[in-house]
Structures are given as structure tokens and as C-alpha cells.
Design a binder for this molecule. Structure first.
Ligand code: ZN
Length: 314
């Protein structure tokens, strides 16, 4: 096994400093190629610790194939722990496949796409704040759909299909890395780990085990699938994600926790004003499971209070 680490320069900031992509390539015997990227959203960094575990593990394994890791897609937002590109507030994960002759964010995205789109499989690591770890399946064509689902299940994380198609395209998920990949018939999955701004230790462990399980499934390393049993298990089978938004702004006083099964109409949170008075509540629009809560505990009008996993077709 050969490991190579380098920085690929994509452009320069006004002060002359370089904007580059840190890239780790681990090359084993003949086998498939896996691409892993992280921190396209600069405040989502739990996956870094998953990769530290993975690099350690690979030292003790025999790798078949090639793993390419872009460990930091959005350097400028990472430095300031924010989601988008600081100068223009652009979300890089809504810009794929990018443009090598375009703006700096476009060029960063195009450079990532150039490597990712040539791979046999893509994993994009994100964090979703106060959440249970889950693996997100994008709507893919029939030639790769079953394979992606199989790999998602093998990860040991709860597989969840993405939002309904109108919301999915309205918020630009078809132009995310994994969304664009599956549209181009490159199998891809998004891993969502817990963590708000910083690294969540247990989430990082879950991320590592999921990647290791996927490597076993792709026949890139030997081993036995490991269970991820330190987060609440979700019992549903064909789940998709659904947002719960609040009509009422204020502070959130939750009545449910991560992993809870909830009924349609059940109060998820009471909402209070700054004087401590109850001004409303947010209820579950469907029967389902809580996979994410609002870790900031406060909402604007129309802000998200929770993400549910609900049965498809419900
Ligand atoms: Zn993200």
C-alpha cells in the first residue's frame, strides 16, 4: 500500500495566499476506486476524525483499489467555521459540476468533480448538527439504484432517501456532489454525522465504522461488518427525510429526543418567547422517527425544528 499526500492549488486570494485542496491518495492492489470528500460546508468537520481512524485502520489492512480523500473542499469557510463561501455566501454543494474557468468557488468545485466523477464510488461526509448518524440516498437511475441501496445498508447507518422531488430540486440538491454524481450514473452516498461546528467523537466513530463497512462491501478490504449500536436504532425500512418547520419563532423547549418514534399531530416542541411565555408549539405532520433536532434551540418564522424519517409513500 502506498500513501501520498499533497495540496493541489486551485487559485489565490486577494492577499496572494493559495487556495488549495488537501488530497490523500491511498493506493493498494488492483481494485475499485473510492472517492471521499469532506467539509464542503466549512462548519461540518466530524468526518475528519473518522478519516484519522480510517488512515490508522488502513495501515493494518490490505487495500485493494484506490482511495482518494479530499479532506477539505471549502478552506475559507472552514477557517471561520461557517457553511458557505465567505465572500459571496455561496453554498459550494449546490454548484456541481462547477466551472474550471469560472469564479474561485466554481473552480474548487470543478477540481473536486474532476477527480470524483472518475471514481467507482463517491462518499461525501457532512454533519447535520444534533442528529443521529444516517446515510442519505439520492434519487438515481435504475442502472445504479439497487447497488447504491445495497451499499447504504451495508454501512450500518440508517439509510434514508432524500426529500420529496419538488423540495429536492428547489433547494438545489440535484447540484450537490452526490446528487450530480448519481445523475451522471456514478454511485454516490452522503453520510450525515452528528456535530455542531466542532468534532463529535461518537459521531466520528460511527462515520469510521460506516466507511470501513462500505470498504468491505466494495471488496476493497477484508473484514466483518461491524454494528453501530451506540446511537438510537430506527426501526423503519423504506424511509425518506422530511423537514418540520415552525410557524412560530422563538426558543425551543423540546418534548422529544433523537430516535423517538412520533405520531402524526404529536407535539415535538413547545415554543417560548424571551419572557418565558409559551407562544406556540410545533407538531409532527406525519408518523415517523426523529433523526435531527435544531441544535441551536431557536427558530425564525419558517425555521426548521426537526427532521423526520417517514415511511416512503406515507
Ligand atoms: Zn453539509
Amino acid at each position: 500500500m502506498k500513501m501520498e499526500k499533497k495540496n493541489v492549488v486551485v487559485g489565490f486570494r486577494p492577499d496572494g495566499s493559495r487556495v488549495s485542496l488537501p488530497i490523500i491518495r491511498i493506493c493498494g492492489d488492483k481494485g475499485p476506486s473510492l472517492f471521499i470528500s469532506m467539509t464542503v460546508h466549512g462548519n461540518e468537520i466530524t468526518g475528519h476524525k473518522s478519516i484519522w481512524y480510517l488512515l490508522d485502520h488502513l495501515k493494518r489492512s490490505e487495500l485493494r483499489g484506490l482511495i482518494t480523500i479530499v479532506s477539505l473542499v471549502n478552506a475559507d469557510s472552514f477557517n471561520y467555521a461557517i457553511r458557505g463561501f465567505p465572500y459571496s455566501a455561496l453554498d459550494l454543494n449546490r454548484m456541481f459540476p462547477g466551472d474550471i474557468k469560472g469564479s474561485l468557488p466554481d473552480r474548487v468545485v470543478a477540481e473536486v468533480w474532476k477527480i470524483a466523477s472518475k471514481s467507482n464510488f463517491i462518499l461525501d461526509l457532512h454533519t447535520a448538527g444534533a442528529c443521529i448518524p444516517f446515510i442519505l440516498i439520492h434519487p438515481a437511475g435504475s442502472s445504479i439504484r439497487d447497488f447504491i441501496r445495497e451499499v447504504a445498508i451495508s454501512s450500518g447507518l440508517t439509510p434514508i432517501y432524500n426529500y420529496d422531488s419538488d423540495l429536492y430540486s428547489r433547494i438545489g440538491l440535484d447540484m450537490s456532489l452526490t446528487g450530480m454524481a448519481v445523475r451522471s450514473n456514478v454511485p454516490a452516498l452522503t453520510i450525515e454525522l452528528p456535530g455542531l461546528i466542532g468534532i463529535d467523537k461518537l459521531g466520528a466513530k460511527a462515520g469510521f465504522i460506516a466507511i470501513k463497512n462500505i470498504l468491505i462491501q466494495l471488496n476493497m478490504v477484508n473484514g466483518k461488518e461491524e454494528k453501530i449500536n451506540f446511537f438510537p436504532a430506527i426501526k423503519g425500512k423504506n424511509l425518506k427525510r422530511m423537514r418540520v418547520l415552525s410557524e412560530v419563532p422563538g426558543l425551543l423547549d423540546y418534548k422529544v429526543g433523537l430516535g423517538d418514534e412520533v405520531e402524526e399531530g404529536q407535539v415535538l416542541t413547545i415554543i417560548r418567547n424571551l419572557l418565558g411565555d409559551v407562544v406556540g408549539d410545533a407538531r409532527s405532520p406525519k408518523r415517523g422517527y426523529i433523526i435531527q433536532l435544531n441544535g441551536f434551540s431557536r427558530v425564525f418564522t419558517g425555521g426548521k425544528v426537526a427532521t423526520l424519517a417517514i415511511e416512503m409513500g406515507s
